[in-house]
Design a protein around this ligand. Structure first.
Ligand SMILES: C[S@@+](CC[C@H](N)C(=O)[O-])C[C@H]1O[C@@H](n2cnc3c(N)ncnc32)[C@H](O)[C@@H]1O
Length: 242
């Protein structure tokens, strides 16, 4: 697709911009863990990584506040639109990359902060583990990881919440994992390009996996969508690489 023909889709509902690759929506309003990333990344003095940046809602805020960002997404079109829409005065502090977790690689100790917002629930359990381990390697000592994932209490997956609670109580390592999301979308098959499975997570899982990777967890909690702090649609964590 040429750069000229590549357009950012119109929001599906207010503040929710569809992705180009059937990986949900970018939210134009951010919850508190993403806001904490923006506060930290703007002043930490080192480049930050926005992994799964979509059209750059968080990247742009960090750049506007004087920070530097490497914005990375598996979908080249997202990164192209992000770069094209970025005001000229911020472009010298923006780098972009196309990369997919968990295969993506960056040099060790590259970043002062990493945001990975509403991405890792698209990974299997083994991939989540590998990706968090890689993010630990990519951070500089003293750097912080800000992870946000969808929980079983969000969107079309809400009806699976009782099953998640039952599996969690019985000790299932990945109690939110859904093998086949098609029936939850009232479809026989998922649309082309969409993953058939989903791995909604919770704060306990994020804590377990970050600690296993060597992080010190500063906070792990449920949170609502942007502007709805009391909800449980997302799980967030702030984790320190000591
Ligand atoms: C639900 S959107 C979230 C966008 C934004 N970070 C936010 O919080 O609103 C998921 C984004 O992550 C990207 N993504 C999904 N799986 C990915 C993966 N395995 N590696 C890299 N990016 C991925 C998608 O292309 C999409 O841009």
């Amino acid at each position: 697709m040429s750069e000229d023909s590549l357009q950012k889709p119109v929001p599906w509902m207010e503040g929710m911009v569809p992705t180009l690759n059937q990986r949900g929506f970018m939210s134009e309003t951010m919850e508190r863990f993403s806001m904490a990333f923006i506060d930290y990344a703007s002043v930490c003095g080192h480049e930050a990584l926005d992994m799964g940046c979509a059209y750059g809602v968080a990247t742009r805020e960090v750049l506007e506040r004087g920070g530097s960002v490497l914005a990375c997404d598996m979908e080249a079109g997202h990164v192209e639109i992000l770069a094209r829409e970025m005001p000229a005065e911020h472009r010298d502090r923006l780098r972009t990359a196309v990369g997919e977790l968990p295969q993506a690689d960056f040099p060790d100790e590259s970043f002062g902060a990493i945001l990975c917002s509403r991405v890792i629930h698209f990974l299997t359990g083994d991939e989540v583990r590998l990706a968090i381990g890689k993010m630990h390697s990519w951070l500089r000592p003293g750097g912080r990881l800000f992870l946000i994932a969808d929980t079983p209490y969000t969107g079309f997956w809400f009806s699976t919440a009782p099953e998640y609670e039952r599996r969690k109580a019985s000790g299932d390592e990945w109690p939110g994992f859904i093998d086949n999301v098609a029936p939850l979308l009232s479809k026989e098959q998922v649309p082309d390009g969409m993953l058939p499975y989903l791995n909604p997570l919770d704060p306990d899982i994020l804590r377990r996996e970050c600690e296993a990777a060597g992080f010190t967890v500063e906070e792990a909690a449920f949170t609502g969508r942007g502007g709805e702090p009391d909800g449980n649609q997302h799980a967030g964590i702030i984790a320190l690489k000591g």
